[in-house]
Design a protein around this ligand. Structure first.
Ligand SMILES: O=C(O)CCC(=O)C(=O)O
Ligand SMILES: [Fe+2]
Length: 417
């Protein structure tokens, strides 16, 4: 393996993207990642796996950051925040090193995920809930831009007992998580809480990097945040059930909240679209799903051991008035089955997200704000119109309840108004 010393924090790192066509390779893409670390660390993590067949894309060489134990607003925190923002604006994505606790829990979570997805379809299909969108989503069930994906998913949303006042008040998307067993539940909850710690640090660093007057401007939104996670399996490209679109794991889309923090096994399948001059998507107004699905401006994200990838979601874009666009991404099926996690670090369900006052081109607050829970509900209704949860929501006219919550007309629920 090649070894070389890497630039330290204060020096910019040049990124290169090599264009590779799957027809001629690469099998076993290897390359060097750019590492943003203490000067003593000189070994970049090697990449693994290979690009899914049939896709045309450049191969991303991602910058990797080491997050501090704690974000205290020091000069090095500020420099790191600025570097993170520059990297998102250029590549749309970066990597962070896993902490040892995250690494250990991630391994347990992959094991639990494999164990669950290997169970018979008839059993898996029982793990759904009619109030929350948590639980099992079969391969060929999820729609992106109206077209079925082959991803097989277990979604985890906030696990609320039926006695929770919000569930009692029939808030849309609020309900229990239909766990397959206690080991699965404990492992996934642990993983989410450890990824959430990175999410909070990343938000503080982002606020610093943006130069916001209030360093807590972003983390104020995530108190009792509507964090959720998708535990994913993608079938081998020639072992699908025929219900999705050939070769496609998940069609091009953006995700909904502040940050997407994702982890993948060694197989490979994820592509991101680095910001392109002149392209502006506003997924909360008009669906970004299916956007430029088939052109060549995509960058393959090679799997790297012991890292997570991080990119902005729709609410980060809205808050920053497009300075940090929500990164479009898609997943292709590979020659082997693939396992992954996508964790979403989100605002509180009831929060109204407004463009940052002290940031952007206009000082005045000229945008109405987005009620995050309404945005989330709209997105899930769009993706799973046939799900039992969507049907109950419509039958009980819970959209009207949501409107009352969003306009502040509803009875406040203790602690969650
Ligand atoms: O499989 C991945 O790496 C990403 C999955 C994804 O984009 C999602 O679940 O929204
Ligand atoms: Fe996604």
């Amino acid at each position: 393996m090649l070894r070389r010393a890497f630039p330290i924090a204060s020096q910019p790192v040049k990124h290169t993207f090599g264009v590779l066509r799957p027809a001629v390779g690469p099998s076993g893409t290897r390359g060097l990642a750019n590492v943003h670390q203490e000067p003593s660390i000189t070994e970049p993590p090697p990449t693994r796996g290979s690009m899914p067949p049939g896709y045309v894309a450049s191969v991303g060489r991602l910058t990797t950051f080491a997050l501090p134990q704690e974000v205290v607003g020091s000069r090095s925190d500020l420099a790191l925040g600025q570097r993170m923002i520059d990297t998102w604006r250029k590549d749309g994505i970066f990597q962070i090193f896993l902490t040892p606790a995250q690494g250990a829990t991630m391994r347990r979570a992959f094991k639990a995920s494999k164990g669950f997805f290997r169970r018979p379809y008839e059993e898996k299909a029982k793990y759904v809930d009619d109030q929350s969108f948590s639980g099992y989503i079969a391969s060929g069930e999820e729609l992106t831009d109206g077209v079925a994906d082959y991803s097989e998913i277990f979604t985890v949303t906030k696990d609320l007992p039926v006695t929770d006042p919000r569930v009692q008040a029939k808030w849309p998307c609020h309900g229990p998580c239909p766990w397959p067993d206690t080991n699965y539940a404990t492992t996934m909850k642990n993983l989410m809480s450890l990824l959430g710690e990175s999410g909070e640090k990343l938000l503080k660093l982002t606020a610093l990097g943006l130069g916001l007057d209030d360093p807590n401007a972003l983390t104020n939104l995530t108190e009792d945040g509507w964090h959720h996670m998708r535990v994913l399996r993608f079938p081998q490209v020639d072992r699908t059930n025929g219900k999705g679109k050939a070769g496609r794991g998940i069609g091009s889309h953006t995700d909904y909240g502040l940050l997407v923090i994702a982890g993948q096994d060694e197989v490979g399948g994820l592509f991101v679209r680095p910001p392109v001059e002149g392209e502006k998507l506003h997924n909360w107004e008009k669906s970004a799903a299916g956007f430029q699905e088939n052109d060549e401006k995509w960058s393959y994200v090679p799997p790297v051991e012991n890292v997570l990838t991080v990119f902005p979601g729709d609410m980060m874009q809205y808050l920053t008035r497009d300075h940090l666009p929500s990164t479009p991404h898609k997943v292709g099926l590979n020659t082997r089955e693939r396992y992954a996690f996508a964790y979403f670090h989100e605002p509180n369900f009831s929060s109204v997200v407004r463009p940052l006052r002290d940031y952007g081109h206009e000082a005045k607050n000229d945008k109405p704000g987005i009620h995050y829970g309404t945005h989330f509900t709209n997105m899930f209704m769009r993706n799973y119109p046939e799900r039992i949860t969507a049907k109950r929501l419509m039958a009980e006219n819970r959209m009207a309840i949501l409107e009352r919550i969003a306009s502040g007309v509803s009875e406040p629920v203790p602690g969650h108004g």
